[in-house]
Design a protein around this ligand. Structure first.
Ligand code: PEP
Ligand code: MG
Length: 753
């Protein structure tokens, strides 16, 4: 039994290593010292470090016990020998009779003949093995579980020190694969248009090397326990439906619960902390191991489990840090990299410095993507394997035009990007020149272009865009970014500010559209099988009138003597609209009783998002002052395809006969009854789609701010009558998408799409 090590533990050993590293001896001498200290402490006759060269070969970098002549000479190809096997498997090998293992590869220059027992662990950074740490003994023995654990902890700290350049100089590391360093090009999906070049900021940050070791393991253990307990409770609550944190399906939560209560997982974390790691470093250590093991799994089920574990680790780190990213200092050209983001996450970063966003997962219709578009931050999503392929600070290009990410791009790629950025800047300048030009078609039809917004930060750009008002103000965003439920005063203050900034231009406030993927951490919601079809938006408002009435009160109060426009989301029946409108009347009467000034004019409208309304417009329209078509949801329900699910989200095209006919039907019914109608889904902000909408007769479009310039250019170049004739004739007899045909038509008519 290796008693001396078991008693002193890796904590004191790690301190010794640190001290050895502090001097200014040459790099090789330091590394030799490290292996000597580890061998001595573990009572091992051999201790060796292998690091991975750029081609994947593992080279012996330092040894205590093997022949010194073998250092930098012995190299094992990837997958070769026991060391290669450890990298391949991403986990330790503990053998009492190593030479008889089938993967053993004999290298005479090392002089390792007499050593039988062998314990090797991977040096893991993120999910990648950058080398291997080995101890060997003559006697045939099996190393104990604790020794394996201890060596893994040492390996983790060594890997971080090597990775951070603390152990070896840059010269020595030149050809060592401590981190991904080659240029790479990843194909994904466009979530928000634009181009950006900058430096990677990891949303889920690795633990800094100086924060790996704790001074007080007992206190650290208490901190870890508290965080694990909080996590377990959170997941139990979610399962029991007491918490609205996640709209995850039941099986996923069950898996979370299984992991969160898993003794092995907890034990590994506690062991790591007892041995001197900080709680954060312990999470990282266990996470790297899981990633290295499961990341290679081909089985989709296992990969899904890895995904669940990642999420659990992220949650645990959040419980440990308490705060999050608020205090983070960003470089001026930050490109945020994350697995996925909730709608509110993006808003925690300094928007003036955030130039782009890359996501490993996600969906273009998710609200995180909508927030990216609202903030005009280019975003590419669904980039497989992204997080393991970048390091904090890497240069990276977000190319949302081609839906790609270029990691560590070569200079020629950057130069080509510079040209494209210049072209974009020129186009932006053209749009800016058009800012005050009213949007009339060539044949004299006025098209009103409005902006979608949802937060105070959006208001800064209202003037720059040339929008004629706000066609959709998503009031739920204020709720999503708040720590707890915004009270009457906070709501009123925001609405007042919006009206002040709009300075007489119309603003359409949409009442709370919560539920679906928009959940509030502080609001308890029951778990639902199909949240998009569930208790959301106006359904919630009508069932919990206190919340809706409070919001209406805030709106009426904020307007005081000014015009006010209120719109209800996801109305699915005429009765719902009638009931919602009655609350407005009740609030108006309430304000009047208290002598508060009423709005100078009040318009109340419905969003058309539920297909059922299409066959009840004759009853609905006379009751409304206006309607607005929410094509994001309308398309989701029309095609029965979840807007947030990447597998089906892009399967159906809004530029196809069923969708365009539905839109046409709405437009015609509104024209016949004289009801003002707008389109405020994302499609209104894309020139080609907007061309089709204008052709169908829509003359009010509300969109993300970045869409206004390009759509205005389209409007100014279109002859509406010709477009109408063309688009309507294309619908006849078409069996599927008519996107290409509409594009050809637009080009034939010289329309800028
Ligand atoms: C829509 O559904 O088209 C819409 C504008 O609302 P949201 O995207 O907020 O659901
Ligand atoms: Mg909607």
């Amino acid at each position: 039994m290796v008693t001396s090590f078991a008693i002193r533990g890796p904590r004191s050993l790690l301190r010794q290593i640190r001290e050895a590293m502090a001097g200014d001896a040459p790099a090789q001498a330091k590394l030799n010292m490290v292996v000597r200290i580890i061998a001595g402490s573990m009572v091992a006759e051999v201790c060796s470090i292998y690091l991975r060269r750029a081609g994947g070969e593992l080279e012996l970098f330092a040894t205590e016990g093997l022949s010194a002549d073998a250092v930098h000479v012995t190299r094992l190809k990837s997958g070769e020998g026991l060391v290669g096997e450890i990298v391949r498997l991403g986990r330790p090998l503990n053998l009492s009779d190593a030479p008889n293992h089938p993967a053993f590869s004999y290298r005479p220059e090392t002089g390792e003949d007499p050593y039988h027992s062998f314990l090797g662990v991977p040096l893991l950074r993120g999910g990648r093995a950058i080398g291997v740490l080995v101890v060997q003994n003559r006697t045939e023995r099996s190393y104990g579980e604790e020794e394996v654990e201890d060596l893994q902890i040492i390996a983790m700290v060594l890997a971080e020190m090597v990775g951070a350049g603390e152990l070896l100089g840059q010269e020595v590391l030149k050809d060592v694969e401590i981190a991904p360093h080659r240029p790479e090009r990843l194909k994904g999906a466009r979530f928000a248009d634009g181009l950006a070049y900058g430096k990677v900021i990891l949303h889920e940050q690795p633990v800094a090397p100086e924060k790996l070791l704790s001074d007080d393991p007992a206190a650290e253990e208490i901190r870890l326990r508290a965080a694990v307990e909080a996590l377990q409770k959170q997941i139990d609550d979610m399962l029991e439906g007491h918490h609205g944190l996640v709209g995850a399906p039941y099986e996923v939560l069950e898996t979370y619960r299984m992991f969160a209560h898993d003794r092995g997982w907890n034990h590994s974390l506690e062991e790591a902390v007892r041995n001197g790691l900080t709680a954060e470093a312990a999470v990282e250590r266990v996470r790297s191991e899981h990633r290295a093991r499961l990341g290679q799994a081909r089985d989709p089920y296992l990969r899904e489990r890895l995904h669940d574990l990642e999420d659990l680790n992220d949650r645990l780190l959040r419980h440990l840090s308490g705060d999050g990213h608020k205090a983070r200092e960003l470089p001026d050209d930050a490109i945020l990299v994350a697995r996925n983001l909730g709608p509110a996450d993006l808003l925690e970063y300094d928007r003036t410095k955030l130039k782009g966003l890359l996501l490993e997962e996600g969906s273009p219709a998710s609200h995180a993507a909508i927030v990216a578009r609202a903030l005009d931050i280019p975003c590419v999503g669904r980039l497989a394997g992204l997080r393991d392929k970048v390091n904090e600070g890497d240069p990276v290009i977000v190319d949302a035009e081609s839906a790609e990410a270029f990691l560590r791009p070569r200079p020629d790629v950057v130069a080509a990007l510079d040209n494209r950025l210049a072209v974009r800047a020129q186009r932006r300048a053209e749009f800016a020149r058009l800012r005050d030009t009213p949007a009339f078609t060539k044949d004299g039809a006025k098209v009103t272009l409005l902006m979608n917004a949802g937060l105070a930060v959006d208001l800064d750009i209202l003037g720059e865009t040339g929008a004629e008002g706000i066609g959709l103000f998503r009031t739920e965003f204020q709720f999503m970014v708040a720590e707890d439920m915004p009270r009457l005063d906070a709501q009123r203050a925001l609405y007042e500010k919006v009206l002040d900034v709009a300075d007489g231009q119309p603003v359409t406030f949409r009442t709370l559209d919560l539920g679906g993927d928009k959940l509030l951490p502080y609001m308890e919601l029951e778990r639902e099988e199909n949240p998009a079809l569930g208790w959301r938006a106006i359904r919630m408002g009508l069932d919990r009138p206190a919340l809706l009435r409070l919001q209406l009160r805030a709106l009426i109060w904020a307007a005081r003597g000014r015009p006010l426009r209120i719109m209800f989301p996801l109305v699915a029946s005429v009765d719902e609209f009638r009931a919602a409108r009655a609350f407005v009347d009740a609030e108006l009467a309430w304000a009047q009783r208290r002598g508060r000034p009423a709005p100078s004019r009040l318009d109340v409208g419905a969003m058309i998002e539920a297909p059922a309304l299409l066959w009840h417009l004759d009853a609905l329209l006379p009751m409304t002052d206006f309607v607005s078509v929410g094509t994001n949801d309308l398309m989701q329900y029309l095609f029965a395809a979840d807007r947030g699910n990447p597998r089906v989200a892009d399967r159906y095209d809004p530029l196809s006969p069923p969708a365009l006919r539905a839109l046409q039907q709405i437009q015609v019914a509104c024209a016949e009854t004289g009801t003002p109608v707008s389109v405020c889904g994302e499609m209104a902000g894309r020139p080609l789609e907007a061309f089709a909408l204008v052709a169908l007769g829509f003359d009010r479009l509300s969109m993300p701010p970045a869409g206004i310039g390009p759509v205005k250019q389209m409007v100014l170049s279109v002859d509406r009558e010709a477009a109408q004739r063309g688009v309507i004739s294309l619908l006849k007899g078409a069996s599927g998408s008519v996107r290409n045909e509409i594009e050809t038509l637009a080009r034939k008519l010289y329309v800028a799409v």
